[in-house]
Design a protein around this ligand. Sequence first.
Ligand SMILES: [Zn+2]
Length: 232
Amino acid sequence: MSLFGRESWRAEDRFEAWLKRVHQERVFSGETEPKGPCPDEAFLRSLARRSKSISLSDPRIDHAANCANCMNRIMAMRQNVRLQRRKLAFGLATACLIVIAGVAGWSRYEMYHRKTMASVAPVSATVDLWSTGTFRGEQPGQLQSVSLPSAPVRLTIILPRFSSPGQYLIAVTRDQSGNGVIAEGFASATASNGQERVSLDLDLRSAKAGEYFLSTTHAQDQAAYYYPLQIE
Ligand SMILES: [Zn+2]
């Protein structure tokens, strides 16, 4: 029953389309006689948009339906309306894509920005080893105050009294034998006010808070000294 109903509706639809085509052919070949003058553009536009404000008894509809000129205009306008709707849909889809891409790009930029910010803005810290023992193998006793943050650190070390000039390997390690290196780097000692200092960047972000060792190793004589270090 429903199938039959749908079939008959389709047939009706086809019949209407056929009527419309036959009628349009008659209009365009000049077989119809439109009554009255051509209505203005605004009226034709509301017809093209199938505006509900137009009364079906309006004589201008009868004219437009039988005038090749008006029908041409209406068909062109309808084409335009369809094109605009498609453009609007495409524009909306594009806008959605732009928003999605923008959000994704922005969050990636944010992550990148945070990373680079962390790597370009290290925490400055100075470790003063001036008064600690300088003899090889000597246990540096009184050094409880050395602590560094778990962050990229721009470290300056004032080397112990009588330290040699030259290159030093500076490292943060888990134990006093140099195992479990958290970060390390070479730096040249520079003398100022009679003190030898080394400066370098160490990235301590991978270190959890706890007890570590800061070591200085002179590149020429390989003398290594370990100092207790607290990472916070
Ligand atoms: Zn007309």
